[in-house]
Design a binder for this molecule. Sequence first.
Ligand SMILES: [Zn+2]
Length: 495
Amino acid sequence: MKKPLIFLGLSLIVTVAAASAQARPAENRGIEHGQRYDRLVIRNVLVIDGKGTPTRGPLDVIVEGDKIAAVRGADARPGAYKNEAHVLDGTGMYLLPGFIDSHIHLHDERAGMAQPFEYEYKIYLACGVTTVRDVGSDPKKALAERRKSQDGAIVAPRIYVYMVAGGRTPEECRKSVRSIKEQGADGVKIFGMDRDIMEAAADEATKLGLKVAHHMAVEETDAREAAEFGVDTIEHWYGIPDAALKGSQNFPPSYNFNDESDRFRWAGRLWREADPDKLEDVLEEMVEKSVGWIPTFSTYEACRDMTRARNLPWFKDYLHPALEAYFAPSPERHGAFSWGWSTEDEIAWKENYRIWMKAVRDFADMGGVVGAGDDAGFIYTLYGFTYLSELELLQEAGFHPIDVIQCATGNNAKLMGLEDRLGRVRQGYLADLILIDENPLANLKYLYPTGVLDIEDGKAVVRGGIKWTIKDGLVYETPRLIREVKETVSKARAK
Ligand SMILES: [Zn+2]
């Protein structure tokens, strides 16, 4: 593909070997940050759809209000669209469905300090995430935020709320699921449970038409029950290797599950104990019962290289001081278990990843649906940035970048029961889109707001970063969003 013009980093413009006779500068017309239009034309783009198909184009995409009204071959005639009031020139750009993050938590405080929702939202949007599934936060606030996002009253991704079900008996748990339905949640989140309670939770949710996301733990139940009881997604990975063990994991006598230092250290030694044949059966059962898998590889990435995790380049400008305080090692906070982390722990986790990644790849090969989520705000994971790391890790697990994009869009939509409206660049679908001037299939790192450091004519340049994020037809200038995040962070640090 010839790219006549691309914008690099902070408004540095470089011409790249333009073999195209129609090379012309980008001509945007009538586009304002944060606005939605009765009719918006996105011209001459290459489209990477969310269904696992290769790039197509150039195409023109017409957006009317919050919907995609048409996707068609590009009209290259000189006078085409000259009477349109709102035109985004996508020449040399790639258009993708907005990303869906299927495992997030809405945070307005960390380590006892305030951290505005707006901070989290803007980083997600800047990283191309236009839909999030909140799987556990303050339910009242989450529902209020969902409403504000639906109304376009805040700059935020589309929010789906899965509320945590509780109860110490099956009857209490059913009651809790009914209350979740009454409050208007989109789904139910459950954590490791006893068998009878888990059965009640899944049964009640299914009756009420609520999806069930399950974060398993070292529990009486494992992935076999998830399949048997009709859970919709397994979050993370716990419960899957557990179902392929011969008896218990080989824990030391001193192991205490409630000690997170123990928990994360020994979790890193779990996959190696899974029996490969049993594991294959478990994965097959999950596929057969349509249990999706959201592995959240990125959540645990610190475990295989703690030094790297503590020094990620985006922390310099974009790490809120409240989150920074939260990450500091402490037995008091979830995911802050990194004190005394050893070389041996990292070696174990690296092996853990190899087996885990193969299992996820095998699961997909058997027909299982894999989604993408980041579970950020814990263990040195930063909203959005970590989501993009998740996409890189899916590639590491053996997914072609085209399929990685599908995990992030079409697959996540399917797992949430939204495949008829989200996750595709398709007529009639919601106008959640991202535009980038580098090819993310060539390097997923182009998607990061911090871009990719490259050399052009002997000079260092930064390439990539999403240029436009569109949610619900609202058009956002992506570099502006991340600039605002930087300002929020520097103001909070100055306090
Ligand atoms: Zn989580």
